[in-house]
Design a protein around this ligand. Structure first.
Ligand SMILES: C[S@@+](CC[C@H](N)C(=O)[O-])C[C@H]1O[C@@H](n2cnc3c(N)ncnc32)[C@H](O)[C@@H]1O
Length: 187
């Protein structure tokens, strides 16, 4: 018999890399995706997909021409995510740092949107900075990076990478913990 996946147990035992103990709420997922033009998106990337709390909402909204590429480094979350079968989705057990290399291997030149639940504050500084620089590089001109966080710690860093005027902030109280949403446009 297939063992039932226990998110809480996995999240607690890996809290330093998972950064949470509960999957994101549907309210947070919807707010994260509200500025995505699903009619035009060709390539959407999700960083730190976990067990698919946001992934499922992306898949529900996606058009037939869109491809979704998910990055997840945790073995158990990756396995759980892989149970979502969808022909437009590629699930990689690879770090977000490899975004450009992996997109290249898949034959994608750039991404229209990068949606991220990465726990940036839990990731060593030099790695999180590298992830943000690589993410910026991966986006097409006019593309958008959407990241949720439980603090404002990365607001300044994002403004330095995307420029102050291209970063906006939103907030979703109906999530545990309540979350800030950074939305960054590549000019
Ligand atoms: C806060 S959880 C978010 C999970 C899910 N997206 C959600 O909103 O419920 C962060 C996820 O990022 C993953 N993660 C952490 N560092 C990563 C990295 N360098 N590359 C890819 N995934 C990473 C963790 O394993 C974890 O599943």
């Amino acid at each position: 018999m297939e063992k039932k996946f226990n998110f809480l147990k996995e999240a607690i035992s890996t809290v330093k890399t998972s950064g949470t103990i509960i999957p994101s709420s549907r309210f947070l997922a919807e707010k994260m995706l509200k500025n995505i033009d699903f009619d035009k998106a060709e390539v959407i990337v999700e960083l730190g997909s976990g067990n698919g709390a946001i992934t499922k909402h992306i898949l529900n909204k996606m058009n037939k021409q869109t491809k979704l590429v998910c990055f997840e480094i945790n073995e158990s979350f990756h396995q759980e995510l892989s149970k979502i079968k969808h022909c437009q989705m590629t699930i990689l057990k690879s770090s977000a740092e490899n975004i450009n290399e992996e997109l290249d291997k898949l034959g994608f030149k750039e991404a229209d949107y990068v949606v991220s639940g990465l726990p940036l504050t839990m990731i060593p500084n030099e790695i999180s900075e590298n992830i943000l620089i690589e993410t910026h590089k991966s986006l097409k001109k006019g593309g958008r990076f959407v990241q949720f966080q439980y603090s404002l710690d990365y607001y300044k860093k994002l403004k330095s990478i995307f420029s102050k005027e291209n970063v906006s902030l939103n907030f979703e109280p109906l999530n545990f913990p309540p979350a800030f949403i950074y939305s960054c446009i590549k000019k």
